[in-house]
Write a new protein. Sequence first.
Length: 239
Amino acid sequence: MELEAYLARSQTSGSSPGVLLLHGFPSGSVDAEHVGKDLQELADRVATEMDWTALAVRFRGCGSSTGHFDLTRWLDDATASLEHLRTVAKPDRVWIVGFGTGGAVGLTIAALEPEVRGVAVVATPADFDDWAQAPDRLLAHAREVGAIKSDTFPENIRKWKAGLSEVRASAAAEAFAPRPLLVLHGSDDLAVPQLDARMVADAHGTAELRIISGAGHLLRHDPRAIAVLLGWLERARNS
């Protein structure tokens, strides 16, 4: 398995904080070829403005990463990427920022990784029960947007479907507590209801919940949301 990744290095000599950036699931408007590509720009901004090292990764099935979409295998991708960030950049502290599905994946692995100091989830669903209830429709959609490029994948359809119930941001938030968690959501998100954000925040107990008024699902392109995100990371660094 080979994953496309982009590393923006801190300009500080010696160790500095590091952040892993994870994208969401591709859609009709942002297909698998393009999803997550814009995180390179965010990585550069984090490195330039905050003097952090940032690693932006494209999950399997997306961009030039090999393989096909499998939610449980995305967990493997995030875990391997986190280890790569540690090995290559040797950050003194590590954070994870995930958008949409990437937020749920990032929070899930962070709950199992004591070295992760904090997590920010952006427009992230509390669970994937809707996917699990209609897996055939999700499979068709994944093929349509290019995240699954083979008619014979998955080989074990039952296992692939079962994996859709294994990633739950709400459960991961509870396990991640009391480490810092930012839950960032748009008030007018039509893809992921605002209720999901509140469920994740409530499960954590002390999460910082920020709702961006009038914003939709693609908060990566909302300057207010990015300002909140970068401000939270800067405060987290000094806490």
